[in-house]
Design a binder for this molecule. Structure first.
Ligand code: MRU
Length: 367
């Protein structure tokens, strides 16, 4: 994605290979700050505090985190038990998006096969870069497959605007490039299909209002930010043709964990006969789980995220309290949409219905 004519990604390894650099997403769109991650503690803070967020990006960050652990080992032999401990700390930093543990474990498994310290460092770097590149390719393919859904609606509407609703940010900021839910939108835009995106603000941290709106705006895609509760109303009034969201963890049976509020959008979509699609790379499937509601760990974050909102005031970023000072609040970060409410999945291998059999047709090796 171009930022001020410069190709940018939300994460990269700097030229001297000692620092991972990330766009600090906490302050977008009002400030553009790049943060340096030089230690495993820096990486963990960036994940917990959400400098970086979104399932695929959490995976890529975790993967580079293993590399950072390897280059920072105080015992220059880089003992296996040290690496395993650091990887466990990385994996524990956010619980819901399965990509994080998946990517950390993948890099760790390759590194543990190496005996020499230089072999361990090189392997960690190579594996992290590989996961990074693979996620970019996955998202590109999600775009190629998903655009067919938008094309079909556009044809049915004789070329008039296709209205897409999305929740949270499943864009390039969440994924390195293209995004998952946004990839079909960017592909449609490239093909000159007339689209308009309803962007849920996505309280409490407003990833829709802050990040998705920023991304789409920079790309020149028509969009409108709406309150989280507006979706049902605009669906009832024929103003939404398709819902496309991302996910943090999806079971092999088709249950989808995504940003809090996704479930309510799926219910409203079902009630209004609107297709509800989930775009995801295979790294977001958790093949070990069967029942998403019972088994997917749902992160609970600091209630202050609910009690305060952040915004720009007099060119300064400020947080203001919106609740009575002593009112308790609760911050459930994700919810689970059962497979029965999901029309289909858009994956790097194609589109399928949200049933184990249909998922299995695309990913037979996982069953
Ligand atoms: O808490 P966040 O911002 O990490 O939550 C992100 C989401 O819920 C995204 O929709 C999901 O990770 C998919 S990203 C392609």
């Amino acid at each position: 994605m171009k930022i001020d004519d410069k190709d940018m990604r939300p994460i990269w390894l700097n030229d001297d290979k000692t620092t991972v650099q990330v766009i600090d997403q906490r302050v977008l769109p009002h400030k553009f700050i790049i943060a340096d991650l030089k230690t495993v503690d820096h990486v963990i803070t960036a994940i917990k505090e959400m400098f970086v967020r979104g399932a695929p990006l959490l995976g890529v960050t975790g993967a580079y985190g293993v590399y950072i652990a390897a280059i920072n080992a105080s015992d220059k032999t880089i003992p296996d038990d040290y690496l395993i401990k650091e990887c466990n700390r990385l994996k524990a930093s956010r619980p819901t998006a399965v990509n994080l543990a998946w990517a950390v474990d993948k890099v760790l498994a390759a590194v543990l096969k190496e005996k020499s310290p230089s072999g361990k460092i090189d392997t960690a770097g190579i594996q992290a870069a590989k996961i990074d590149a693979q996620e970019v390719e996955n998202c590109r393919n999600i775009g190629e497959h998903g655009v067919s859904l938008i094309e079909k609606i556009s044809r049915e509407k004789n070329g008039s605007t296709v209205n897409i609703l999305t929740h949270c940010n499943a864009g390039w900021l969440a994924c390195v490039e293209y995004g998952t839910a946004t990839a079909p939108m960017y592909a449609a835009f490239e093909k000159d299909i007339d689209i308009h995106v309803w962007v849920d603000e996505t309280r409490p941290l407003n990833q829709g209002a802050r990040l998705t709106a920023w991304e789409l705006g920079r790309q020149g895609i028509k969009h409108t930010v709406i309150t989280d509760n507006a979706g049902g109303h605009i669906m009832q009034h024929g103003m939404v043709d398709i819902v496309i969201v991302g996910t943090d963890r999806t079971t092999g049976t088709g249950d989808v964990a995504n940003k809090i509020g996704t479930y309510l959008k799926a219910l409203a979509a079902k009630d209004n006969n609107i297709p509800f699609y989930v775009a995801l790379p295979s790294s977001t499937f958790d093949w070990t789980l069967k029942d998403g509601i019972k088994e997917i760990p749902i992160e609970q974050r600091n209630p202050d995220e609910v009690r305060f909102v952040q915004g720009l005031d007099d060119n300064k970023l400020r947080k203001v309290m919106i609740t009575p000072e002593n009112s308790p609040a609760a911050d459930f970060a994700f919810d689970v949409t059962p497979a029965r409410l999901v029309t289909g999945f858009i994956t790097e291998r194609g589109i399928c219905r949200a049933t184990p059999n249909n998922i299995k047709e695309l990913f037979p090796e996982k069953f």
